[in-house]
Design a binder for this molecule. Structure first.
Ligand SMILES: C[S@@+](CC[C@H](N)C(=O)[O-])C[C@H]1O[C@@H](n2cnc3c(N)ncnc32)[C@H](O)[C@@H]1O
Length: 192
């Protein structure tokens, strides 16, 4: 579960995003963050399944990183957070350090495409980057039976192509949850 300082940090990041959207801040300068309700869900999900090996693609300034790191703290796990934009990730590092969540996170700066081939097996992955990259990055994940992949913006960006793709994989159960911008939760069934 998220603790009060973590919820407050997420609320601050979200308030800035909303203000930037409302004031017409140029797109390149805007912070795009995960909705607080989705962060709450992500943390509970990761903690609930006891995920130890977690990875996120598109950490930005850190809302989803806070959520996953809080779950890692509870489960004795770790999060690898990949972000291509160094200043966004630098802010996330400061925030996570202030929240004392930094011991649970390995930050990687750069294009996920270059890191994913080296990534080990995962219990949980979170995809929140450019929409054209969702499918290639999903296919590069080292998913183990029982693992879960969560992807954001499924409803806001009508990402039926991603939904169709993940649901075409053998042994997969997948559902679109109307939480925040829409989360696709894809579960790789464990052998019975
Ligand atoms: C919607 S934001 C992520 C929000 C973040 N998950 C949060 O909760 O605050 C998308 C992020 O993905 C990053 N990104 C886009 N393409 C990427 C790539 N190929 N590798 C790593 N990060 C990428 C962008 O720089 C941007 O910060």
């Amino acid at each position: 579960m998220l603790q009060t300082p973590e919820r407050e940090a997420i609320a601050r990041l979200w308030a800035r995003k909303v203000e930037q959207d409302a004031s017409g801040t140029p797109q390149a300068q805007r912070h795009r963050n995960l909705e607080p309700v989705s962060a709450e869900f992500l943390c509970s999900l990761a903690e609930g399944i006891g995920a130890k090996r977690m990875l996120e693609i598109g950490g930005s300034s850190g809302v989803s990183t806070i959520a996953l790191a809080a779950a890692a703290r509870a489960a004795g796990g770790r999060v690898t957070s990949i972000e291509i934009e160094p200043t966004r990730q630098a802010e996330a590092r400061v925030t996570l350090t202030r929240l004392k969540l930094d011991p649970y996170v390995d930050f990687l700066t750069g294009d996920a495409a270059s890191f994913l081939p080296e990534t080990g097996p995962l219990d949980l992955a979170f995809i929140d980057c450019e929409k054209d990259d969702y499918i290639p990055f999903f296919d590069m994940l080292h998913i183990i039976p029982g693992a879960i992949v969560v992807a954001d913006n499924i409803l806001s960006h009508s990402m039926t192509y991603y939904v169709d793709h993940v649901r075409s994989r053998d042994g997969v159960e997948s559902v679109t949850l109307p939480i925040g911008q829409g989360l696709e939760l894809t579960h790789f069934a464990a052998p019975r």
